[in-house]
Design a protein around this ligand. Structure first.
Ligand code: ADP
Ligand code: MG
Length: 324
C-alpha cells in the first residue's frame, strides 16, 4: 500500500480549550487508486491532509498519536529535511484556493519551471519548455504564450489547472487534493475533476480527494471514507456506499444531495449542526443528530465494525441502517 494512516490523533490548544480535530483516523491508499474523504466543514479533513503532508502548524497543532506510512516509511519519525525532500517530489498537494497557493508576483512559467530547476537541476530554458508541456497537458489553451502570464490573469478553473500542473510536475506517487473544485462553477468543477481522474490514471498515482460534496466524487473515487467530528465513521467502496450506506450519517449526506430522479421531493438535510471539536458529545459523536440513536449510543464510542471484508462502519446499528 502506498499510504497507510493508523490511529492518527491531532489536537489544537486554543483559548477555548483543546480542540480534538483528529481522533484516531485510519485509512489506506493504493497506487493508482482514488480515496475520497468526505465530511462537513470542520470534521478534520484538512488537518488530516496537512498531517500527512507534514505542513501542520505546530504549535498550535500537535500530533499526539498514530503512524503515517508512506512507501513503507513512517513519516512521523523522519527528520524535517527528509520530509521536505519527499514533499513536492513524491507527494504533492492541490489546495482549494489557487490564488493564495500560487505566487502572485511570478509568472506561471517561472513557478512551474522552478520545480525543474530546483529538483531536477534543469537549465532555465529546458525548464521553461517543460512548463509549457505541462500547461498543455492540463489543457491550458495557448500554453506557449500564457506561460508568461501571472496567476491573476487566469480564470479560477485555469488557475486550478496550473496548480494541478505544479503538483504533478515531479510525477509524485501521491497527490492530496483538498477541496480542489469547491471554489469553481459547477461545470468547471466537473472538468477539473475529470482532468484529475485522467492524470491519476496516466501517472498511476494515488489520489486522496477531500470534499464536503458527495456529488462531485461519485464518478472518480474508488473508495470513500466519511469523517465526522475527527473520526472516520464509514469506509467503503463507492458503489456499495451509494447503494446502501452503513452509517446514518452517510445516509443523511446521501439524502441531502439534489438528484434529478428525485425532483420535487424535499431534501432531507441532516438536522442540527456538527459538534464543536472542543466539546465532542460522549458516546457516538453523531448521536444528537441521529434518527437511530438509543441509550447505548450516548455512552460508549462505537468501534469500527466490519460490515464486509472491505467495508466498515462505526454505528452499533449498521445492520439496521443497511436494511433501511
Ligand atoms: P475541515 O474538515 O473543514 O477541513 P479542518 O480539518 O480544517 O476541517 O478543521 C477541523 C477542526 O480543527 C476545526 O473545526 C478546528 O476545531 C480545528 N482547527 C483547525 N485549524 C486550527 C487552528 N489553526 N487553530 C485551532 N484549531 C484549529
Ligand atoms: Mg478543509
Amino acid at each position: 500500500m502506498l499510504l497507510e494512516v493508523h490511529d492518527l490523533h491531532v489536537e489544537f490548544r486554543t483559548r477555548d480549550g483543546v480542540a480534538h480535530a483528529v481522533n484516531g483516523v485510519g485509512f489506506g491508499v493504493d497506487a493508482g487508486r482514488t480515496l475520497a474523504v468526505l465530511g462537513e466543514s470542520g470534521s478534520g479533513k484538512s488537518v488530516t491532509a496537512q498531517a500527512v503532508m507534514g505542513i501542520l502548524d505546530s504549535p498550535p497543532a500537535r500530533i499526539t498519536g498514530g503512524r503515517i506510512l508512506f512507501q513503507g516509511r513512517d513519516l512521523l519519525r523522519l527528520k524535517e529535511e527528509e520530509r521536505r525532500r519527499i514533499r513536492g517530489a513524491r507527494m504533492a498537494m492541490v489546495f482549494q484556493d489557487a490564488l493564495s497557493a500560487l505566487n502572485p508576483v511570478l509568472t506561471v512559467g517561472d513557478q512551474l519551471g522552478e520545480m525543474f530547476v530546483v529538483h531536477r537541476g534543469m537549465s532555465k530554458k529546458d525548464a521553461r519548455a517543460r512548463a509549457v508541456e505541462l500547461m498543455d497537458r492540463v489543457r491550458i489553451p495557448g500554453a506557449a504564450q500564457r506561460v508568461r502570464d501571472h496567476p491573476h490573469q487566469f480564470s479560477g478553473g485555469m488557475r486550478q489547472r496550473i496548480m494541478i500542473a505544479m503538483a504533478l510536475a515531479l510525477e509524485p506517487a501521491l497527490v492530496i487534493a483538498d477541496e480542489p473544485t469547491t471554489a469553481l462553477d459547477v461545470t468547471v468543477q466537473a472538468q477539473v475533476m475529470d482532468l484529475l481522474a485522467e492524470l491519476r490514471r496516466e501517472y498511476r498515482m494515488g489520489l486522496v480527494l477531500i470534499t464536503h460534496d458527495l456529488g462531485v466524487v461519485a464518478d472518480v473515487a474508488d473508495r470513500i471514507a466519511v469523517m465526522y467530528a475527527g473520526r472516520i465513521v464509514e469506509s467503503a467502496p463507492v458503489h456499495d456506499l451509494y447503494r446502501a450506506p452503513a452509517h446514518p450519517y452517510t445516509k443523511g449526506l446521501l439524502e441531502s444531495i439534489p438528484r434529478l430522479d428525485r425532483k420535487g421531493r424535499e431534501l432531507h438535510a441532516i438536522k442540527g449542526l456538527p459538534p464543536s471539536l472542543t466539546d465532542i458529545p460522549a458516546g457516538c459523536a453523531f448521536h444528537p443528530r441521529c434518527p437511530l440513536a438509543r441509550d447505548v449510543c450516548r455512552t460508549g464510542t462505537p468501534p469500527l465494525y466490519e460490515v464486509d471484508e472491505d467495508r466498515s462502519s462505526a454505528c452499533h446499528f449498521w445492520r439496521e441502517c443497511l436494511d433501511g
